[in-house]
Design a binder for this molecule. Structure first.
Ligand SMILES: [Ca+2]
Ligand SMILES: [Ca+2]
Ligand SMILES: [Ca+2]
Ligand SMILES: [Ca+2]
Length: 415
């Protein structure tokens, strides 16, 4: 990301494409199987529920229904039960969307709550990631947010049922933050640490752990390197020793036995370019973890195959997944079709920059399935296009961007 960009954001409000997949969730609470949805928009105070017609999406492999939750600008989305009523809610930009009880024949209803004001810089809302985590330990999920501009890394305190406004607290201000992950650096099985991607390469590569409850500063900083390593970041167990490692576009940091105090060893084994998220996954099932990533501001989604040479050294081989569309700024992995294998879900980010290659080409959201064709591993692209509904245990997909906020309801189990 740079600070360029021209033009107002008004133009975006008219678009109905989809931006970037940032959340995948499975809602097992609701049993409703209705086939349409509704959403409350800005007139929440009046109690007027506006019913949004849903649209069919997906393909024969997985049909989806697309719910348009908001056509306003945002850059990210998260899913959590914000009010502790047992139903997942959606958080995106200035609003959270409360999932109401399903209505027979209508499906899930969402009530839009504006909980904060966010500044805008150029074409961007200053909110490039939202992460739901209970920072103060009161049982209500709080929201960690990041920005490239005035407030790089903050957390917003969920007031619960107190009626107070949400309060913003600074976590870090020394560098722009383009995105931030919840990661399991402590190998507990729960991703409760923060891993930001700092825009300033002179800023130490740092992960953040929640302090003991009641501490004056709720975050403990752990710097593993005096500098950062460019556009893109990720985590996963690269060497298969059971400890989560940190992956940058220029190499990976091997986690020590004590991730808090040990020495993280850097392995400069690859140059991935300016990537989006970097995932660690054994793509070909040979027991060696591989990498899946994309060029965030250009064409290309790739996987990097890990092999060992005759001396036992790691070597990496780049394989193309798709280069037919650009600006795959965010990727996620989830078992969408229930076959036990993770699929890759991504989409074209609407104006990741307005000047990126292919910036004005058609938007889309896609999922990719691994298969063996003539003895070779291929990734089959599926279009996840227009769609609707929740509550059957299927993995649904939510995307957000400058073009709006959309829920794609996975209909696989309804056929
Ligand atoms: Ca809820
Ligand atoms: Ca909380
Ligand atoms: Ca490891
Ligand atoms: Ca492998």
């Amino acid at each position: 990301m740079d600070h360029g960009g021209k033009g107002g954001r008004r133009q975006f409000l008219k678009s109905v494409g989809a931006g970037v997949p940032a959340a995948v969730f499975s809602n097992t609470r609701s049993k409703d199987t209705a086939r349409s949805g509704s959403v409350v928009t800005a007139e929440e105070e009046s109690g007027r529920y506006i019913h949004i017609a849903t649209v069919a999406a997906g393909d024969d492999a997985i049909p989806f229904r697309k719910h348009t939750l908001d056509l306003g600008i945002s850059e990210t989305v998260a899913v959590a039960d914000m009010n502790k009523d047992g139903r997942f809610d959606i958080i995106s930009g200035e609003n959270w969307y409360e999932q109401g009880p399903p209505e027979i024949g209508i499906g899930p209803r969402f009530i839009k709550h504006k909980f904060r004001d966010l500044p805008y810089t150029f074409d961007y809302q200053e909110n490039l990631s939202d992460l739901a985590i209970d920072v103060n330990g009161d049982g209500y999920p709080d929201i960690v947010s990041c920005s490239y501009w005035t407030k790089p890394l903050t957390w917003w305190e969920n007031p619960g049922r107190s009626g107070r406004p949400w309060r913003e607290h600074l976590i870090e201000s020394g560098s722009a933050v383009e995105f931030v992950f919840l990661v399991d650096i402590l190998n507990t099985g729960r991703p409760l640490q923060l891993l930001p991607q700092f825009g300033n390469r002179d800023f130490p590569l740092t992960w953040y752990e929640l302090a003991e409850r009641g501490a004056r500063d709720p975050w403990v900083r752990h710097a593993i390197s005096p500098r950062s390593y460019g556009h893109g970041i990720g985590v996963g167990d690269v060497n298969g020793d059971g400890r989560i490692d940190i992956v940058t576009p220029q190499g990976w940091f091997e986690a020590p036995p004590d991730p808090r105090n040990g020495q993280w060893v850097f392995h400069a084994e690859f140059e991935l370019g300016a990537t989006g998220f970097i995932h660690v996954e054994d793509v070909d099932g040979d027991g060696l973890p591989d990498l899946i990533t994309s060029l965030a501001h250009d064409y290309g989604i790739f996987w990097y195959e890990q092999k060992k040479d005759a001396l036992g050294n790691r070597v990496w081989t780049k394989h193309l997944i798709d280069n037919s569309w650009s600006q795959a700024h965010a990727l996620t992995l989830a078992d969408l079709n229930g076959d036990g294998q993770l699929e890759l879900i991504t989409g074209k980010r609407y104006y990741a920059h307005d000047h990126d290659p292919g910036a004005n080409e058609p938007l889309g959201v896609y999922w990719y399935e691994r298969m063996i064709v003539d003895g070779t591993l291929k990734w089959k692209r599926h279009v996840l296009d227009y769609s609707t509904r929740t509550g059957d245990g299927d993995q649904d997909v939510i995307v957000a961007g400058k073009s709006g906020l959309f829920l794609f309801e996975n209909l696989a189990s309804q056929r």
